[in-house]
Design a protein around this ligand. Sequence first.
Ligand code: CMP
Length: 139
Amino acid sequence: MNHTLAIIKPDAVASNKAGAIIAHLEKEGFKVRALRMTRLNPEQARAFYAVHSERPFFESLVSFMTSGPVIPMALEAENAVPRLRETIGATDPAEAAEGTIRALHAESKERNAIHASDSDENARNEIAFFFSQFELLGL
Ligand code: CMP
């Protein structure tokens, strides 16, 4: 089994889509191994998205990701990283395949409902960013 990190973003939490998104993930075969609701401060959002710090959308992304609560989750499945990326769809909801979480729930390229880790190494780092060993229950 493999693990990956998903974050239900502030747009989806604010519009009461968290339950539908978690149900969609479970239906796709992901097991939720850790979950919490939290609100990032700007320092945390900048650290989480450090790889994008030179991009023109960075400050806007930090502002969006700190605008309200988020729900990070550690998810377990076979081939969890590619499978989650397929399940959520392309960054831009206009390009996301039909039936994907972003096609169903995202508003825009920035306000795109959910984040997913893009490699096994980033998944390990991103899970550790949000969850302690104690919360991971032996994962
Ligand atoms: P995510 O998968 O969390 O990774 C980086 C985030 O930056 C992305 O989802 C979007 O929320 C945001 N993003 C990526 N590209 C753009 C863009 N061109 N304009 C605005 N936001 C973007």
